[in-house]
Ligand binder design. Sequence first.
Ligand code: FDA
Length: 399
Amino acid sequence: MESFDIAVIGAGAAGMMCAAVAGQRGARVVLIDHSPRLAEKIRISGGGRCNFTNLQAGPVNFLSANPHFCRSALARYTPRDFLALLKSHRISWHEKHRGQLFCDHSSESIIDMLKAECETGRVAWRRPVTVQAVRRSEAGVFALETSGGELAARALIIATGGLSIPKIGATDFAYRLGKQFGHKLVDTRPALVPLTFTSEEWAPFSALAGVSLEVEVSAGAKRAQGSFVEDLLFTHRGLSGPGVLQISSYWQSGEPIVIDLLPGRDAAVELLEAKADGNKRQIGNLLGQWLPARLAHAWLDTHDVSAEARLTDLSDKSLRRLGEAFSRWVLTPSGTEGYRKAEVTKGGVDTRELSSTTMMSARVPGLYFIGEAVDVTGWLGGYNFQWAWASGVAAGEAA
Ligand code: FDA
């Protein structure tokens, strides 16, 4: 049986970073992945340019049943550290929006960089290889039965990610292995995912597919927590776009979401002022200044107001009510587009049984969980990769 210091299962963002760091510290590392294509999620991320970090990344940008868990790793490996690594590989980048950093050229350059870092750490690759069984001896050595033969290692690092996009190799391996070793799981569900509505509820809006606009969208009772001013995109089956993807991570099944169609302004006050000024425009026309006209008309239709009605024909009471509804459009999604379309998985291996400095299991010495496999879910905008890098480095330095 071949023997290593460390076996890392999953050669995605977290696994490659971790293997490279551990290898460069002098450990003999083997990196195992079942997928024939390396790091497919990095490749397709950010529209092929990989939104690899966010300059503002901090604990507040992550959801977890144990919200402080991510603090230590994020503080010890920051976006600036990752930028220094990019610089040493001469990879150029740019900031797109609110601290989101993208490669100038292609996400392939991030994969090449991580491969080169693994090379420097003399990491041994086993790929494509499936892991059929894992046992731990009384002496604390992990024995891995794989499609490429048996391996042994004194430390085992699980970096197999979450459940999103099964067609490119996502599996529940981390959760099954966690359970095998007595770990608790926080319920998993698709996150950063488009929301859907029943065909009946969506009928008035389905023809708007492709329409997008900036809104404030919030979910749940804790509106202040889960609230984002970002673009919303109409789809044939519901809503997508950055604002809706963000809020999907906070949304609970059965609950409504609330959309402010005129963020930062008071629609009721503005409608009443326009009427007081003697404005005789049709209401559909006026709302069409604030929204794409087709949306304004469909929205008025579902609120039983004729788009042709003139402002001066509407009572103050109905204008106020209309303005309030405009600033607080309440919709109850029937579901999400699921793991097929979700960027990440919310939930995962419960971090209350992991060390926040090393990512090691409190139950099983030598066993580590990193990246998306654990119950740490970032906002949209480079945060999830920053967690993959930071948790990978934490385990790579400790194992
Ligand atoms: P990741 O999923 O990257 O890697 C897991 C690895 O484990 C894979 O290589 C897989 O093949 C392997 N594996 C799984 N099961 C296995 C098994 N049973 N045996 C062996 N190997 C196994 N984030 C961000 O910050 N910025 C962005 O721009 C984007 N964009 C984006 C676009 C799309 C379409 C998606 C789906 C996701 C994103 N993300 C993102 C999220 C980001 O890709 C994700 O959070 C990280 O890749 C997670 O890194 P991990 O290494 O934990 O898992």
